[in-house]
Design a binder for this molecule. Sequence first.
Ligand code: AMP
Length: 282
Amino acid sequence: MQILTTAAGLQAHTESARQAGRRIGLVPTMGALHAGHLQLVQAARAECDEVIATIFVNPTQFNNAEDFRLYPRVPDADAVLLAPAGCTALFAPSVEEMYPQPTVLRFDFGDLERVMEGAHRPGHFNGVATVVSKLFHLARPHRAYFGQKDWQQVAVVRQLVADLSFDLEIVARPTIREADGLAMSSRNRRLDAPARAAAPLLYQVLTAAAEQVQQGLSPLQVQAQAEAALAAEPLLTPEYFAVADAQTLQPLAAYVPGRAVVLCLAAHLGGVRLIDNVVVER
Ligand code: AMP
């Protein structure tokens, strides 16, 4: 596995792969890798010849300086995990390499980002779209792999690809969970023992809510019950719980026959912000 740290190095590497007729898969990450990331690498391995994983804790997508500072960084351990999963090159640039000058361009995804993560983390999706666009331009992948754990991010990236005519396919893969249901996340490393013990509640609330959607409880009722269940855990500070259309992400007043519903939540647990979601096909 080659390790690349410069934009020019990444461009040269992927250009020569493309010239050789190799299909390129891109897996953008912020590192502190776990099985959720590695399944993206494995999926890329199965479908592409060249698998580029990127590790970059992107400052422009953090609206909270403390969250950026405390974000886990374990580059040596990450590098060890990537090669066996099928990664052929790792791109791990510095902040200066990715942002030689501050960006002026700003993205606005309209209604797609006026809800949930976009509403609660101002500027977050501008930062995501900026770094993802840079990576797409540098690596020019045939496919790029993302996790449904970040459901709204996938929707925003699909919109980015459509609006700017990026010539690539977005592949979304399911959320990988711990045995007790907690969605794997790099931030889970920061949970202390009591917070980690309480964390499975997030997925329990989501699965209970999904059952209620199936049973036909109204979106308002589902939301109220979920919020009550989250509020009952003293270690947890809920940020939002949304019952939304799975494609438009807009909150639902009533279900629309034939349209999938996504249940999304964000909560703070012992100083760590976690998100999760579940999709209900209807
Ligand atoms: P991150 O390093 O958190 O920015 O995540 C990098 C990519 O891995 C994103 O596309 C995430 O959606 C995806 N990802 C993170 N956690 C999981 C998980 N538990 N299951 C599936 N994909 C994940």
